[in-house]
Design a binder for this molecule. Structure first.
Ligand code: OOG
Ligand code: NI
Length: 268
């Protein structure tokens, strides 16, 4: 486990930008427009609800840095469960961790996922680098395609393993942009595709959170038998509104999250 959150987030960003060239470019575009550092609202991680890699094991890396458990979220159709974590004192990015509820999936998917997770050494999960260590298993392209038929999430996990699947720019900290539609326009002006599932702006002021995201980049991944170009990771933007007590809402909105998961879909 890391003892210093800044190093952990720097390493997570490094592994993320390597497979997300658009995030690196958009980060530079925004940085130039702003003339100041870009602040992250949150990052997100994915996993399977099997030992030794379940959500709780990933969360340990943040609890040990002083993070506390926030809300929990259920995604019945996608068979996912998620929780968020936030730091009580330092202004650090929030963390959204989800896991696939493997026992609710088909026997075929269960046996594939169990064989992948069975290759993960328990000591690797508590190591400093686990959250940005990528894949811990051998997987071929056919297996990826088989998983894809049942769960885009499972296929994404099988291909990419452990890494941040997105970073999220805090619009509240920007000076030149004050709304999600303004950011979406900037993205489109530079040729990026905005995730339009459920609308380009997810959430509303009443939800106290508005979000948008790019569609994931498509980059080559090396399976055991061939190299194929598939969706990797995406970039997200979040604008938070104050609660009645005046403090910004710090949770997530399940209906919006449900659509943001689809930013890594292969689709059209
Ligand atoms: C997480 C999707 C949800 C949010 O901000 O609501 C999310 C994922 O794609 O793993 O990021
Ligand atoms: Ni997010």
């Amino acid at each position: 486990m890391h003892t210093d959150p800044d190093t952990l987030f720097a390493r997570l960003w490094e592994s993320y930008r390597q497979v997300t060239p658009s995030a690196d470019r958009i980060h530079k575009i925004l940085g130039a427009e702003e003339g100041q550092a870009i602040v992250n609202d949150h990052i997100a991680l994915r996993t399977f609800n099997l030992d030794p890699v379940r959500l709780d094991a990933l969360a340990e890396h943040f609890l040990s840095l002083g993070y506390e458990e926030g809300g929990e979220y259920h995604f019945e159709a996608k068979k996912l469960y998620a929780r968020h974590y936030e730091h009580p004192s330092r202004e650090l990015p929030k963390v959204f961790i989800s896991e696939l509820l493997v026992e609710q999936c088909s026997p075929e998917l269960q046996s594939v996922v169990k064989s992948l997770v069975g290759q993960v050494k328990p000591e690797a999960v508590t190591a400093d680098d686990f959250l940005y260590s990528g894949r811990h298993w051998a997987v071929d392209y056919d297996t990826y395609r088989q998983l894809m038929k049942e769960s885009e999430y499972a296929a994404w996990m099988a291909a990419w393993g452990y890494r941040a699947n997105h970073f999220t720019v805090s619009i509240n900290h920007l000076e030149q942009f004050g709304s999600v539609p303004e950011i979406n326009q900037l993205l489109k002006d530079h040729g990026y595709t905005v995730n339009s599932s459920g609308g380009e702006v997810k959430g509303s002021p009443e939800d106290l959170l508005e979000q948008s995201s790019t569609m994931a980049d498509r980059v080559p991944v090396t399976f055991t038998d061939e190299t194929v170009t598939i969706p990797s990771c995406f970039y997200e933007f979040a604008l938070r509104y104050p609660k009645p007590d005046g403090r910004l809402y710090s949770g997530f909105v399940a209906a919006s999250a449900d659509k943001i998961f689809e930013s890594t879909n292969a689709g059209s």
